[in-house]
Design a protein around this ligand. Structure first.
Ligand code: 5GP
Ligand code: MG
Length: 178
C-alpha cells in the first residue's frame, strides 16, 4: 500500500490533533437534546469513528450508503441512495459526516433528503474540503482540513476500494491509478 503513495499530505498526529478541536467545536455548538449522527459509508467511517469518540455526550449513530464516485477518480454527477431504509430523523438535530467535500453534490443531496424527512436541523462535517468551485451551493459547518484540488486516499478514502486503512491522507502515485 505504502509503495503506491507519492507523498503524505496530512499525517496521523496532525489529524488527531485537529479532531480534538473539531470535537470541541461540535460539542459546544450543538444544543442540548438528542443528536443523531449520520455517517456516509464507506469513506467517512474512519474519520467518524475517531471524531465521535471525542464527543462526550449522548448521541445515536446511523450509516447511509450513497454512491457518487463509483470507484473512479471523477465524480459521476449523480447521487444514489443505496439503502432500503432511511433513518428516522424527524425533529432531530442531525450531524452529517462525510470524508471529503469535492463537487458538493453528495452532501447537498443527503442534506436535502434529511430535511425532506423532517430533520429539525442538519449540520455537516467533513474531514477534508477541496479548494475548488462546487457544483452546488453547499458548505460544511465543520471542516478538518482544506486541501488543494488533488485526488487523495487514506484515512477512509479509497481508490477502487483500496487504501482506506492507511492512517494518513496521501496522494496516490500516478502509476498506481490504473
Ligand atoms: P462530491 O459529491 O462532493 O463531489 O464527492 C464526495 C465523494 O466523492 C466523497 O464522499 C468521496 O467518496 C469522493 N471523493 C471526492 N474527492 C475524492 C478524493 O480526492 N479521493 C477519494 N478517495 N474520494 C474522493
Ligand atoms: Mg467515496
Amino acid at each position: 500500500m505504502k509503495k503506491d503513495i507519492e507523498r503524505v499530505l496530512i499525517d496521523e498526529a496532525v489529524i488527531e490533533h485537529r479532531l480534538d478541536s473539531m470535537a470541541k467545536e461540535i460539542e459546544e455548538d450543538f444544543p442540548a437534546g438528542p443528536i443523531i449522527v449520520i455517517i456516509l459509508l464507506k469513506g467517512a467511517l474512519v474519520f467518524a469513528a475517531d471524531l465521535l469518540r471525542r464527543i462526550p455526550r449522548e448521541l445515536s449513530i446511523e450509516c447511509l450508503n450513497v454512491a457518487s464516485y463509483h470507484g473512479g477518480l471523477e465524480s459521476s454527477g449523480t447521487v444514489d441512495f443505496l439503502d432500503r431504509h432511511f433513518p428516522e430523523v424527524k425533529g432531530m438535530h442531525v450531524l452529517l459526516l462525510d470524508d471529503i467535500l469535492d463537487t458538493g453534490r453528495t452532501l447537498a443531496a443527503v442534506a436535502q433528503r434529511l430535511k425532506q424527512e423532517g430533520a429539525a436541523a442538519v449540520h455537516t462535517g467533513v474531514l477534508l474540503a477541496k479548494d475548488k468551485k462546487r457544483a452546488t451551493d453547499v458548505k460544511a459547518d465543520y471542516v478538518g482540513f482544506q486541501i488543494g484540488d488533488e485526488f487523495v486516499v487514506g484515512y477512509g478514502l479509497d481508490y477502487k476500494g483500496k487504501y482506506r486503512n492507511l492512517p494518513y491522507v496521501g496522494i496516490l502515485k500516478l502509476s498506481a491509478a490504473t
